[in-house]
Write a protein that binds this ligand. Structure first.
Ligand SMILES: Cc1cc2nc3c(=O)[nH]c(=O)nc-3n(C[C@H](O)[C@H](O)[C@H](O)COP(=O)(O)OP(=O)(O)OC[C@H]3O[C@@H](n4cnc5c(N)ncnc54)[C@H](O)[C@@H]3O)c2cc1C
Length: 399
């Protein structure tokens, strides 16, 4: 065997996985198709505190985000957060990705840049991968193959491991000159701007990342770029964008909903390849990291021969079941509170959210990455949401 593990993809999730595996004593090869790391990236650069804790990369932070202004379709604003608690970090993704990879390589992982798999076969004892490299084709044999190769994962397609339940389209530009509030991100809703989802403006040091995400079937023929233009030039908030100058643009899918078979024999998927993005925010780094941390000891025990394939299958299936359940509940709440609501209904929700006692509840229990506790408290405690409760509870229980 050449390596215990081959990891395809040196994004944040693949690099963290490689680092943890090498730290656990395994030999690891990372394959990355690009010549440099963190480019191109499709990301608003938000890293939640839990994920930041795992990698400790505070020196990659451009702006600490402590609050948010959430805008209803007719202009109602709900302002949340307080300066004493950082809710999420806006980072430089290039530095962030590079630093994680660097620590994987420092721990002993090998890295092949400008390389990608051409074919792969697995049997009971190994996976054999043919790889295109700048020095020609090479064949590598390993105990396990890990696909951390992003939304369009080659590994996932090669081994027919299923598809993420939702592919939400994200489009974003980076601008100078946006008029926002320091340390606060802005979220904008409304069918003209982000049907079923939301648009955002996120401070990132000297610039701001302005983006939108939605599902193709909700766009009614419009492109996400058109939606963003509506927000910037033809909405009640356009004055905030009048001095904006574009310095970069990014477009990409947000795969959400764990694929059917994330583990197939000696092949396993991680991060976007597995469909791990949060249905509520699109964040993929946090859930991707958490997944790695949850699985690492089982993978190491498998290659050390302490677990049989049958044992690994059953442990992993149990863990994936709980991830699937959490994602399903979060999606159900998102659908009930956002995606399935018309503008009028959303306006009503915002008029309730903006009441001081409800804003207080949001500040107390609200967590961008885990909206379930807040959603449930609101449905229980806010009388105006009683009519919504039935739909939401049904969705959360059975969705
Ligand atoms: C517009 C937008 C905004 C977003 N904002 C946020 C945000 O604010 N916060 C957040 O947490 N998430 C955000 N996301 C999601 C986030 O970008 C991803 O979840 C995250 O990058 C996933 O990391 P990953 O390592 O799984 O995959 P990726 O970052 O996609 O990395 C995959 C790596 O694999 C490489 N690769 C792909 N195919 C091959 C191949 N065949 N051979 C070799 N290498 C290959 C790629 O070059 C890449 O380096 C956003 C997504 C979009 C589209």
């Amino acid at each position: 065997m050449d390596y215990d593990f081959v990891v395809i993809g040196a994004g944040p999730v693949g690099s963290l996985l490689a680092q943890r595996l090498t730290q656990g004593g395994a030999s690891v090869l990372i394959i990355e198709e690009h010549a440099q790391i963190g480019r191109p990236f499709q990301c608003a650069g938000l890293v939640n505190p839990e994920a930041m804790e795992i990698v400790g990369l505070h020196d990659t932070v451009l702006t600490p985000i402590w609050g948010a202004r959430i805008h209803g379709p007719s202009g109602e604003v709900v302002s949340i957060g307080s300066t004493d608690t950082v809710r999420t970090w806006s980072v430089c993704r290039k530095l962030f990705d590079e630093s994680i990879l660097e620590s994987a390589v420092d721990s002993g992982a090998d890295l092949w840049l400008s390389s990608s798999p051409i074919s792969a076969e697995q049997d009971d004892s190994e996976v054999s991968i043919k790889i295109s490299t700048p020095d020609g084709e090479k064949t590598v044999r390993c105990s396990m193959l890990c696909g951390a190769d992003g939304a369009h994962s080659w590994v996932r397609r090669r081994f027919r491991m299923g598809r993420p339940k939702e592919m939400i389209v994200g489009f974003q530009i980076e601008v100078s000159g946006y008029v926002g509030e320091e340390g606060k991100l802005d979220m904008y809703t409304g069918s003209e701007i982000a049907p079923g989802f939301f648009a955002w403006a996120i401070p990132s040091g000297d610039t701001t990342r302005i983006g939108v995400w939605s599902k193709a079937e909700l766009l009614e023929g419009k492109s996400p770029e058109q939606l963003l233009k509506t927000l910037m030039y033809n909405s009640q908030w356009s004055h905030r964008f009048s001095d904006c100058r574009e310095v970069g643009r990014f477009c990409g899918p947000v795969p959400s909903g764990l694929v059917k078979r994330p583990l197939k024999g000696r092949v396993m998927l991680f991060g976007d390849a597995a469909g791990l993005c949060k249905p509520t925010t699109g964040g993929g780094i946090g859930p991707g990291f958490k997944h790695v941390e949850t699985m690492i000891s089982d993978l190491l025990r498998r290659v050390e021969g302490e677990l049989t394939q049958v044992q690994l299958d059953s442990i992993v299936a149990e863990k994936h079941k709980s991830i699937r359940k959490d994602q399903g509940r979060a999606k159900a709440l998102r659908d009930a509170f956002l995606t399935q609501m018309g503008d009028e209904e959303l306006d009503q929700v915002f008029s309730v959210w903006s009441k001081p006692e409800v804003t207080e509840l949001i500040n107390e229990v609200g967590e961008i990455e885990n909206p379930i506790p807040l959603g449930i408290r609101m449905l229980r405690e806010v009388p105006e949401f009683k009519s919504l409760a039935r739909r939401a509870v049904k969705a959360v229980l059975w969705g």
